[in-house]
Structure formats: C-alpha cells, structure tokens
Design a protein around this ligand. Structure first.
Ligand SMILES: [Zn+2]
Length: 137
C-alpha cells in the first residue's frame, strides 16, 4: 500500500451508453460499435456513424489487434495521480477494425515505441473498471 500514489488516478465512469464497452472489458473482450447500415466500426459511445450518419448500431467484439498510429511521451505532471508513472506514453492505436483508440503501451520502454508497431490489447484491472492498454504483439 505504501507504493500507491497519495492521489489516485482518475478512472472512467461507465454510463448507460458505454456500459457494453466496460462490461466487455471486465470480461477481457474489446467491444466496438458497428454501424448496422454500412458496417463501419466506431468507438463508444458515438451515437451516429461517421460514414453514413445512421444511428443504428450493434456491439461487436474486436480482435484486440492494431498498430501504433502515433504516440507522445508525457514528462509533465498534469494530475498528481500520474506522478509515479512519469514519463509515460500516450499512444493512439489504430485497431484492425479501423477506430483509433487513445491508450498507453505497457511492457515496453518509451524509447522503443515506433509508429506502425503491431500491438495487442492487454487489460489493466482496477477495482471497478478494466482499462484496455496495449503491448507489443
Ligand atoms: Zn454507417
């Protein structure tokens, strides 16, 4: 307990619209919304398809695989809960299904991260929520 930061990191609070995403995460399944009209995948909880504007969608399980689209390394402490992790990466993973998910890469030195690197989801469990992080595939 002594190695915990004095201020906890803020964590997402699932709401009704995003509940299927977080329920899937708790079960180790990366869930996306898929447009019922054109099949385009999107991140929760966008209510309309970016391609055809249809509000109709279904939840589907993503492969969990993607590539690093871009990333940055944070050296500045913007929230005290992150102080112990500086410097940490913020990475945009382009999923196989298309959506680009903001996340962190784990199990890799920040200096070793490269754009285009293949990655796979790696779940980070907290008391009330499970977060999709990524590691090198
Ligand atoms: Zn669509």
């Amino acid at each position: 307990m002594t190695d915990r930061p004095p201020v906890p990191k803020p964590l997402p609070l699932p709401d009704e619209a995003s509940a299927p995403f977080w329920k899937g995460a708790n079960e180790g399944r990366l869930m996306l919304m898929r447009c019922s009209s054109c099949g385009t995948h999107r991140l929760p909880s966008r209510m309309h398809c970016d391609q055809c504007l249809s509000p109709e969608s279904e939840w589907v399980q993503a492969s969990g695989r993607g590539t690093v689209r871009t990333f940055g390394v944070m050296h500045q402490r913007y929230h005290p809960g992150f102080a112990a992790e500086l410097p940490y990466n913020v990475t945009i993973v382009e999923l196989e299904e298309g959506p680009r998910l903001p996340t962190n890469l784990v199990g890799v030195a920040n200096e070793s991260i490269t754009v285009g690197m293949p990655v796979v989801v790696s779940w980070e469990h907290h008391d009330d929520v499970t977060l999709p992080k990524f590691r090198i595939a």
